[in-house]
Design a protein around this ligand. Structure first.
Ligand code: IMP
Length: 202
């Protein structure tokens, strides 16, 4: 089965394609002409669904979209849905990471969250559109200093709870990150749901 991923983030496209391939799902990038709505919702789920609906309506094929971010316990859950623009509208990953390190104490609790929306538009022959939401989470702690070269975004300062030692997400291999990450968990739930749906249709 082919799915379009409604994102302009090449890191996400790579991660998602890598994680869905073993489930027989191939992921296509969003065609250039499709415009995504702004991520101005108050929840990860609302943002993911808005993007998936817009792209599915434009393309007439099944689309997935995610919205993800990081919640810092010491900051009452900020930056949350504003993680990509924490240090300003055009902020780079490095600027966002520096702001988090400046505002939250080392060792304080963090949570990566990923909401994933699947939208299949209504078939032309009639019938209903299909929409489904999945959520994945990964808890961790803030590293005192950034380390590691893998991953992206806040990974160099995120020490996941579910691995022995003090390695950051950016020091783990792709496979190690996929097995415990918020996005990995949401994608696994999607793959299982699609498998169940296709088993019960046949
Ligand atoms: P969005 O989902 O495209 O809105 O991006 C959310 C923000 O959270 C971006 O700034 C990312 O850098 C950050 N983020 C989301 N997932 C991850 C991850 O797996 N590692 C590091 N940062 C992430």
């Amino acid at each position: 089965m082919e799915l379009v991923l409604a994102t302009r983030n090449p890191h996400k496209l790579r991660e998602v394609a890598r994680m869905l391939a073993p489930h027989g799902l191939s992921v296509r990038p969003l065609p250039e002409g499709v415009t995504l709505p702004p991520e101005d919702g108050e929840s990860f789920e609302a943002n993911a669904l808005t993007k998936a609906r817009a792209a599915a309506a434009a393309l007439g094929m099944p689309v997935i979209a995610d919205d993800s971010g990081i919640e810092a316990q010491a900051l009452g859950g900020r930056p949350g849905v504003r993680s990509a623009r924490y240090a300003g509208e055009q902020a780079t990953d490095a600027q966002n990471l520096a702001k988090l390190l400046a505002e939250a104490p080392a060792g304080s609790g963090l949570l990566y969250v990923c909401a994933l929306a699947y939208v299949r538009p209504a078939p032309e022959a009639g019938g209903a559109a299909e929409e489904q939401l999945f959520r994945g989470e990964c808890s961790g702690r803030l590293a005192p200093v950034p380390s590691g070269l893998h991953g992206f975004g806040y990974d160099p300062a995120f020490i996941p709870d579910e691995q022995p030692g003090q390695l950051t997400m950016a020091q783990l291999s792709d496979a190690q990150k996929d097995a415990i990450s918020h996005r990995g968990r949401a994608l696994l739930a999607l793959a299982r749901w699609l498998r169940q749906a296709s088993d019960s249709a046949s």
